[in-house]
Design a protein around this ligand. Sequence first.
Ligand code: ADP
Ligand code: MG
Length: 254
Amino acid sequence: MLELQQVSKWFGGLPALQEVSFRVEPGRVTALIGPNGAGKSTLINCISGVDKVQSGSILLEKCPIEALPAHAIADLGVARTFQNLKLFSRLSVLDNVLTGLTVAAERAFIVSMLRLPALRHQERQLRLRALEALDEFSLVQKANWPASALSYGEKKRVEMARAFVSNPRLVLLDEPVAGLNTEETAQIACHIRRQRRAGHTMLLVEHDMELVMAVADQVVVLDSGRCIACAKPEEVCSNPLVLEAYLGRMEATA
Ligand code: ADP
Ligand code: MG
């Protein structure tokens, strides 16, 4: 689905990503882990087109996307959530999810200029799909609430519903359980597994190793901008390089 080939990125002479190569297989959950500052968010930003790589290639189903602007990459079916929530707090939960369909909606609008009855039909279809996405994330009862009235865990789920509503080819999840309690984390794990069963492909940046172990098919480990391992979750745990670079350092700071 997605292939990174020797991707490098510097910030003012300091390397953030150094010749990173790995693949994200279709229908699988690939987890991206590594200590703070390893380059995980930078990588997500490069894939979604927010940041540009300086060398290397990013292929979405064999098509190079590294030079495309963010909106073009979104149009190709790459959706994302943010490490820090980005919701419209005054809009309803349903309207927030509908913003995940804006590109499609804009096209629908142009069609509707020519055929008005089609507009009403399209609008209904979009709302139905948004409600379906909210239902997938157990939020349909709160569709008309203002987003600001939801708990932090519910807001995280609204972001996920917005990412999945357009049925994207690839979903990038940046720390979906950061700041959540055990119960909310378990709920998110359940939703990720459900989306995987529905055939979705995900790249998940996560610190919470329990979540990684519970949902990932494949784990990519970054350390100081380099990919130091790419393996099954159970193999990563016993990889000495990973233990030293990641888990060892975590224990040292604990
Ligand atoms: P992670 O998400 O794994 O914690 P980041 O991708 O945020 O790591 O950061 C990787 C490295 O790149 C860090 O050294 C960070 O300071 C640096 N970095 C990230 N974004 C910028 C930026 N916009 N400008 C300068 N340096 C940055
Ligand atoms: Mg980060």
